[in-house]
Design a protein around this ligand. Structure first.
Ligand SMILES: [Zn+2]
Length: 270
């Protein structure tokens, strides 16, 4: 019997920007062990090409919610596989998502390329369970977060209960359910979509990140879905290109940041 690696070893931040694409960033997008991705943003193909990922090597997409900056790359993802990297439609693709997402993505594909994606769409294995396990042994738990209710928002806890487990917040403002999961993880990819002056609690702001970092000092926080340009791009800032002074357990990610796990510690490389 083959030994199954049941723990994720590496996460690559394929994109780290919010919906407005701050300078130097593609939309927030993360890849686990070179074969699973979280969401499928409009810039997904650009991220794959830049990082040198073969699109058909992706086996699983975890969907957090159906806002455009998280799923509008899905028709292009299928188009690329069907016509370029998997013309025989022989590579397996699983989509892990809440009930209802399948129909939304079907409509999206139908709108983008009427009829053309039917063949590949029919090969997708849909997994709607809240908790599950992939063939490679990686497990997930999906939990509701605080965001726009009309897009059914969730975060994911990967390998919960195991050493080195990690959380992806999806899009969420301050949320007790999210903080509970984070408290049981060693690392969390946390969105920080808004500056202080925007009146909304649907995303984290720098002051929220500061608070949660202080209350969970043993959890490494990696910031994504940011409103802040990559520093030193040298253009007039989209909103700002200055990072807040974060607590020591917070790291503001840049595109292509690589997180490598050793036990329960995730180290950052680029
Ligand atoms: Zn959203």
């Amino acid at each position: 019997m083959l030994l199954r690696p049941d723990m994720a070893q590496e996460v690559v931040m394929l994109g780290t920007g919010n919906a407005f694409l701050p300078y130097g960033r593609y939309h927030s997008f993360a890849m686990i062990d070179g074969k699973h991705v979280i969401d499928c943003p409009p810039t997904a193909l650009a991220s794959f090409r830049r990082t040198g990922v073969t699109v058909s090597d992706i086996e699983t997409i975890f969907i957090t919610h159906v806002h455009g900056d998280h799923v509008f790359g899905f028709p292009f993802f299928l188009l690329e596989r069907q016509y370029i990297s998997d013309r025989a439609l022989s590579k397996p693709l699983t989509v892990v998502a809440a009930p209802g997402v399948q129909e939304r993505l079907r409509q999206l594909c139908q709108l983008a390329y009427p009829g053309s994606l039917d063949a590949i769409f029919s090969t997708i294995q849909w997994r709607e369970e809240i908790e599950g396990e992939l063939e490679c042994g990686m497990t997930w738990r999906r939990f509701a977060v605080h965001h726009d209710e009309s897009v059914d928002p969730y975060g994911y806890h990967f390998n919960p209960g195991k050493e080195g487990s990690f959380v992806h917040s999806g899009d969420s403002g301050p949320c007790e359910a999210l903080y509970r999961e984070m408290g049981q993880s060693s690392m969390t990819i946390l969105e920080m979509g808004l500056p202080e002056w925007v009146e909304s609690d649907h995303h984290h702001k720098p002051s929220d990140v500061e608070k949660i970092a202080a209350s969970l000092p043993g959890v490494q926080l990696v910031i994504t879905h940011t409103f802040i340009d990559t520093p030193q791009v040298g253009r007039t800032p989209t909103v700002t290109d200055v990072y807040p002074t974060h607590p020591p357990n917070v790291h503001h990610a840049e595109d292509e940041l690589r997180l490598v796990r050793d036990g329960s510690v995730w180290s950052l490389t680029s």
